[in-house]
Ligand binder design. Structure first.
Ligand SMILES: [Zn+2]
Length: 433
């Protein structure tokens, strides 16, 4: 007997989104569900209730990742994992992370209702502290076995509160996070839907991004040291002005990217501190951050070398000393080609406008890629806005994303002889999100 096709309900999804958005909402309109706060824990409890109502088996691991399982026909087959996170930055919008979790919930609810049983288990997960109150990606790192006792002990939030204390405050044992590690053999693949958080899809009028790679990055803190001097009495040719070195370097960035980068390269100087920092003194020292991203690790290495050479030349020309510290190096992650093809096929089947693209932001998928193949679906962010109450995606596009997610789940978990992605994505050991 042919089973009727399964449909996601945008009404139920929007109801869930609105209900969860009220947990942690403050008077300024922003959502404040930072990891391991009361609001975050209330959000997790709400999610567990919704998962149970949707017919899922609910559990919480040692890192307080919330997991809901829809049983498949073959209990031995590794599960398809879907999800994202429901913690937020301070004063957040309502979609970042949450949309992926609640879209997954709606897909599993629709499947459960239809009575169709997948060939393999499907697990919906909401990972803890993706947004970085305590550094970021805590839940997915625990899940993949990438944390250690030292990391748990040292992690603190910007106000100095320790992760371990914040967890204890919520009645959790931080040491149990070390037991959250999942056997990689038990997970077949991870699929994450997320808002794009950039302007590309919105400006192109497209509804779906088929993510091919998640960008890698390096962050440096660069110091240029010259000599502080009187702004009136020091003639221009006799200065060793540290800020002029920064200005020279900033001006060289387009050339560095043209010569050594790709069309996916990005470079940003996000912060400059000048010492002594007074209006009538030539700056003696400039410290600045350099954030460089690309989806190809070879390109990242070439950009790092080119930046080093440029800084060296500028320092010599300006009479400055130059040094830098590598704050982080996060390798890019490729999405699994066969999962990307399933996402693309689902979008094409629905007649949606889509494009293949990279993710310029870090996501849990980047971490989970160390244990299994990963795929990502993007939906447009209006005007590219995110990490703000102005963050939004049109309902049409949210519905399109949910249908593509369901279509991808059906392709992966319902096929009688499921297509196994074969190439594990490149591994990663990130330190910051
Ligand atoms: Zn997110």
């Amino acid at each position: 007997m042919a089973t009727p096709p399964t449909h996601v309900s945008i009404d139920r999804l929007s109801h869930d989104l609105r209900e969860l958005s009220e947990i942690g909402r403050e008077a300024d309109g922003g959502v404040y569900r930072m990891a391991f706060t009361d609001a975050d824990m209330a959000g997790k409890s709400w999610l567990e209730d919704r998962m149970k109502s949707a017919g899922l088996e609910v559990s919480r691991d040692g890192a307080s990742n919330v997991i809901g399982r829809l049983r498949g026909r073959d209990p031995q087959a590794p599960a398809l994992l879907i999800g994202s996170h429901i913690d937020t930055v301070p004063c957040a919008g309502i979609l970042d992370g949450t949309l992926g979790v609640l879209t997954g919930l709606e897909c599993l609810r629709a499947l459960h209702e239809s009575g169709r049983q997948p060939e393999r288990d499907i697990e919906l997960v909401a990972f803890s502290d993706e947004e970085g109150r305590f550094g970021g990606m805590f839940g997915s790192q625990a899940f993949t076995g990438a944390i250690n006792p030292d990391g748990i002990h040292l992690a603190t939030d910007p106000s100095g509160i320790k992760l371990a204390d914040a967890m204890k405050e919520q009645g959790l044992d931080p040491w149990l996070a070390l037991q959250a590690r999942r056997d990689p053999q038990s997970v077949a693949a991870y699929l994450e839907l997320h808002i794009e958080q950039g302007p590309v899809l919105s400006q192109a009028g497209e509804q779906i991004g088929v993510v091919e790679a998640i960008t890698g990055l390096f962050k440096w803190t660069v110091t240029l040291a010259g000599e502080p001097n009187h702004a009136g009495t020091t003639p221009m040719p006799m200065r060793r002005d540290a800020f002029m070195g920064v200005a020279d370097f900033a001006h060289e960035i387009p050339r560095l990217l043209d010569e050594n980068g790709s069309d996916r390269s990005r470079a940003t100087i996000g912060r400059v501190d000048l010492t002594p920092g007074s209006a009538n003194t030539v700056p003696g020292e400039a410290r600045f951050t350099l954030d460089v991203r690309d989806t190809d690790e070879t390109v990242l290495h070439e950009l790092a070398e080119a930046a080093r050479r440029a800084l060296h030349a500028i320092a010599r020309r300006r009479g400055l000393r130059f040094s830098y510290e590598v704050e982080s190096w996060i390798p890019p992650v490729a999405c699994d080609p066969s999962l990307s093809s399933m996402v693309e096929a689902a979008a094409a089947h629905q007649g949606l406008r889509y494009r293949r693209m990279e993710s310029g932001a870090a996501h849990d998928a980047q971490i989970v890629a160390s244990i299994c193949p990963v795929g990502m679906i993007f939906v447009p962010s209006i005007e590219g806005k995110s990490h703000s109450p102005a963050e939004w995606t049109a309902w049409d596009d949210i519905e399109a994303g949910a249908r593509v997610m369901l279509g991808t789940i059906e392709r992966f978990a319902f096929s009688p002889s499921p297509t196994h992605p074969t190439s594990p994505a490149s591994s990663t050991s990130p330190k910051t999100p």
